[in-house]
Design a protein around this ligand. Structure first.
Ligand SMILES: Nc1ncnc2c1ncn2[C@@H]1O[C@H](COP(=O)(O)OP(=O)(O)O)[C@@H](O)[C@H]1O
Ligand SMILES: [Mg+2]
Length: 156
């Protein structure tokens, strides 16, 4: 589904909705150009998930861990050259864990993403407006799709 986002507040609302749908092992993949709002959305998801810390892109460390309702792993794989590098960083232990994982630039590791995941592709329209294309597979995605439909109907 495609969502039109008019401002940062809409992104915050969507982040909050996503945070309610996260379960053990949920993986959220965020893609879109630099500055489109992947980290901003992650920040709002994290806040809704009970994390008060300020979140920045882990561009150099690749993975950062936070503690919310469950462990929350934030990855930025922009600088990853090969999928093998991800395994060296313990990728498997993160995505098949009790926690949830958000992956910025996920298309760079497309071959090793789990089947069940939430995909969000963000496009910039102007300074504050975005298109979010949301799809995926699995229980968390099914719940999210339903909640986003309800949300959209309250916006129109
Ligand atoms: N609707 C919006 N959604 C997300 N970010 C927005 C929006 N409108 C403006 N912004 C701004 O765009 C920037 C997005 O930066 P960031 O989240 O770091 O992007 P990325 O992680 O995709 O590189 C932030 O400065 C944010 O405040
Ligand atoms: Mg980022």
């Amino acid at each position: 589904m495609k969502l039109t986002v008019n401002n940062l507040k809409d992104t915050e609302n969507i982040g909050k909705i996503i945070s309610r749908c996260l379960e053990k092992g949920t993986v959220i993949c965020l893609d879109g150009d630099l500055g489109v709002g992947k980290t901003a959305l992650t920040q709002f998801i994290a806040r809704g998930f009970g994390i008060d810390e300020y979140i920045t892109s882990p561009t150099f460390t690749i993975i950062k861990e936070y503690e919310g309702r469950r462990p929350f792993y934030h990855m930025d794989v922009y600088r990853i050259d090969s999928e093998d590098d991800m395994y060296d960083l313990g990728y498997d232990e993160y995505i098949y864990s009790e926690g949830v994982t958000v992956i910025e630039w996920s298309h760079k590791i497309n071959g090793i993403l789990p089947d069940e995941r939430i995909n969000i592709e963000i496009q910039r329209l102007d300074d504050t407006r975005r298109i979010m294309d949301v799809d995926g597979k699995g229980k968390a995605y099914d719940r999210l799709a339903k909640e986003l439909k309800d949300y959209e109907s309250t916006c129109n």
